[in-house]
Design a protein around this ligand. Sequence first.
Ligand SMILES: Cc1cc2nc3c(=O)[nH]c(=O)nc-3n(C[C@H](O)[C@H](O)[C@H](O)COP(=O)(O)O)c2cc1C
Ligand SMILES: [Mn+2]
Length: 455
Amino acid sequence: MNFQKRQLIDLQAYLDYLDKANHLLRVKTEVDAVYELAGIAKKFEGEKAILFENVKDSDYPVFIGLYWNRDVIADFFETSSEQLPFVLKDEIRTWHKSPMEPLISKTGPANEVIEKKVDLNKLPMPHHAEGDGGRYLTSTVVIAKDPDTGVRNLSIHRMMLVGRDRMTIQLEEYGHLMDYYKRAEARGEALEITMSNGVDFAVSMAAAAPASAAPIDTDELGIASQIRGAPVELIEAQTVAVEAIANAQFVIEGHILPQVREDEGPYAEVTGYYAERAPRWVFVATAVTRRANPVFHSILSGMEVYNAFATITEAGIFEKVNALVPAVTAVKLSQGSIPYHLVIQIDKKFEGIQYNAIMAGFTSQAFIKMVTVVDTDVDIFNLADVEWAVATRCRFDKDLLIDKDSAGHRLNPTSEDDLWTRVGIDATVPLPIEEKYVRAKMQDVALDKYDIEGL
Ligand SMILES: Cc1cc2nc3c(=O)[nH]c(=O)nc-3n(C[C@H](O)[C@H](O)[C@H](O)COP(=O)(O)O)c2cc1C
Ligand SMILES: [Mn+2]
């Protein structure tokens, strides 16, 4: 295993690497972090990452696009887009067997400068979508400690800036941070956290790891150490008893208040719709530390969140569905439907097995609303190919499976009282295969043998 790229643990070194690999755009013109920055970023979503070098009223550049190109992430992990989820799953498996402890010191790059007076307005948090309720911190890795056991948890949360030292934070009901918070709140205590902005892939991936991959009694930081191939370095915080990532660009320290809720949102979510404004949890910052020359990291919700999520969950979905239906050869969460549509490829030897695959797919993750099953001659990484199979192989009066009123995903606008309707699409060829269903095929040639000008 070559760990060279994985050891690019400073954002500055990673940006150099992206530059050399021709994966980075630099915006030199001054841009406003309110609307304009995200407006430009949206035009390049999924392509090269972007460094906004000159942000209005800010001393710091803003980087966006860390995860929005799956091929770039795969290249970083020295694998293919198809294999990436399995590489990460293998690392998580190894971590379970032999977890590495982090190294903790008092000082590190992320506290080179200690801001005497907390003023979160100085951070160039973008105001993304036109209907958002304010400026948002979106990429920042929260570290907290279990109030009973002290085990560390990593997670990422959207946070809206509401005051010089105050942000509202969204906590999903079944997340570990919520679990920690509820137990602290029950004792009337605040939950101390640190937030590290501008961290490497290893730490980001560990933070995105779902509870199913990293149970509550395990220190998720170990996943980051495993991916890096070396123990993650932490720094002690100035004002709370929770550590932060030593190589981060900025660290915000503080606590989530017990018994206090204030309005958060609306926020343009990964679904492409606004999450509603509602009373949510409140974070108060007690210190900000940073590098001497930091780069602020932001995430544009959409393809970035999808990629963070899909790369860490697809391998688990495959293992579950394949365990129930061994005919399943591959799975893919489709990018177009962020993240509701699961495409399953099967080696169909007899009729009916495609419906078993659909039902296994429905329950493989809480957010699956649509499952399309295709044969092995369809490229599930190519949505156009999947659509071709649906359009030419699905007989819609016979081949759809409708599942009404199952528990849905709240952010999906079709959910009513948290219930939705799921659909399974059988886009496999009916057996026995009739001549008319045989796919036209050209010779499979290896292009490197040819001298072709203009490639
Ligand atoms: C960019 C991004 C934004 C996210 N925003 C939130 C959020 O606002 N609230 C939340 O509870 N989870 C959010 N998540 C998901 C959690 O970070 C993720 O489910 C994590 O695995 C939770 O870990 P935990 O259960 O160990 O706390 C986000 C994930 C990403 C990648
Ligand atoms: Mn966790």
